[in-house]
Design a binder for this molecule. Structure first.
Ligand SMILES: *Cc1c(COP(=O)(O)O)cnc(C)c1O
Length: 406
């Protein structure tokens, strides 16, 4: 039977203290005990349903975690204060001194910087590879490799990872496959395709309101218990804990995610098809011209579409900047990083979210100067948006082929 992630969210029922339709928010950092023995047992993790201190867990954080686990089809989940709080905790839980990571080379700039510049301080080394080349992934494995890390749809180039293929390699070599699914919630369910651990920046589509940063780690009960272990758990000890008020707020937004993703995808597909027909170099997984279009189709939960992210290449950073400023002045969206907002957001990744990646490497991976990344909004009338964007592009001669300079 097809996996129905939104049904799994909808079917959960949490009532408030007085029968409220939303769960009560746990507005406490610490919890009282009637007996000292129960306090000890709770500290040791042996008293189910008891709370001790809100960095360990809180009712509000558990509600949100369970809803996200239901969405991803994992046993359970742990929410964190940011996406980076989730990613760093997972990698440091799985890897220690001497270990090796294989990572996609086109990933979020913060994750790239962490693996490239930070974890070498702990003698954890990373090979950055073209994740779409499974042979290369396999030949990069060393006796010290512990983790394969990728994004299901990569930032900002929208490369698509073959999660089943990567799962097969990971299983064969006894590695953990960790997938960042921030760009494709509901559309792709990495755990259902075999991934061991799924992480998200909730900051983006899942919360969808651009009012907070938040993250989650979805996995087995055993792995989440390890992360929460008071003696050596990365979530517990690094302390990237979400606040209960935020958990409650993200949970409420999560309930409309399926409706929003459908609209983001519908609008992005509309624009991508039009831009491509206009002769713009357009990348969107929903286009037949995308090298992994068929792969995405084979993995997706169809009703949520190909996601809200697309890129166009307008030739130069100057033109990209002019176009983004003009579109913002026309109220078509905002010149801003991040994604998943009701308004369209656009940025030039080379000089913003991927600026951690050295220029030379950006070039190698095909991250060109004139690239504009769009997080397409929930526009009610995308045809009007397209017409207005076209007028901006015509004004700046974006459709005209660049004359090569001598
Ligand atoms: C934004 C983002 C992150 C980091 O999340 P924060 O919530 O900002 O810490 C990680 N991965 C991807 C793909 C992202 O887009």
């Amino acid at each position: 039977m097809a996996f129905k992630p939104a049904n799994n969210i909808q079917d959960l029922q949490y009532f408030g203290e007085f029968g409220g339709v939303n769960p009560s928010i746990s507005d406490s950092s610490t919890y009282t005990f009637l007996s000292a023995k129960t306090m000890f047992d709770t500290f040791e993790g042996n008293a189910d349903g008891c709370y001790l201190y809100s960095r360990h867990s809180s009712p509000s954080n558990l509600y949100l975690g369970e809803a996200l686990a239901a969405m991803e089809g994992t046993e359970t989940a742990n929410v964190t204060a940011s996406g980076m709080g989730a990613i760093t905790a997972v990698l440091l839980q799985l890897c220690g001194a001497g270990d090796h990571v294989i990572s996609s080379r086109t990933i979020y700039g913060g994750t790239y910087a962490f693996l490239k510049n930070f974890t070498p301080r702990f003698n954890i080394e990373t090979s950055f590879v073209d994740i779409t080349n499974l042979d290369l992934v396999e030949t990069s494995i060393t006796k010290n490799t512990k983790v394969i890390f990728c994004e299901s749809v990569s930032n900002p180039l929208l490369e698509v990872a073959d999660i089943k293929g990567l799962t097969r390699i990971a299983k064969e070599h006894n590695l953990k496959l960790v997938v960042d699914n921030t760009f494709s919630p509901l559309s792709i369910s990495p755990a259902k395709l075999g991934a061991d651990i799924v992480v998200h920046s909730l900051t983006k589509f899942i919360n969808g309101a651009s009012d907070t940063v938040a993250g989650v780690i979805c996995g087995t009960q055993e792995f989440i218990n390890d992360l929460r272990n008071v003696n050596d758990g990365a979530c517990m000890l690094l302390g990237s804990t979400m606040d209960s008020f935020r958990s409650a707020s993200v949970l409420k937004n999560l309930r409309t995610l399926h409706v929003r993703m459908q609209q983001h995808s519908k609008n992005a597909l509309y624009l991508a098809v039009k831009f491509e027909a206009d002769g713009l170099k357009t990348v969107y997984p929903g286009l037949k011209s995308h090298p992994s279009h068929q792969l995405f189709k084979s993995m997706m939960n169809h009703q949520y579409g190909f996601g809200g992210m697309l890129t166009i290449d307008v030739g130069s950073i100057e033109k990209a900047n002019q176009l983004m400023e003009l579109m913002q002045n026309e109220n078509l969206g905002y010149l801003a990083v991040s994604l998943g907002f009701y308004k369209t957001l656009f940025s030039a990744p080379g000089t913003s979210t991927s600026s951690e990646i050295p220029e030379e490497e950006q070039e190698q991976m095909g991250l060109s100067d004139g690239l504009i990344r769009f997080s397409v909004g929930l526009d009610a009338d995308i045809e009007r948006t397209y017409q207005m964007m076209c007028r901006c592009m015509e004004k700046l001669n974006v459709f005209e082929k660049e004359v090569p300079s001598i």
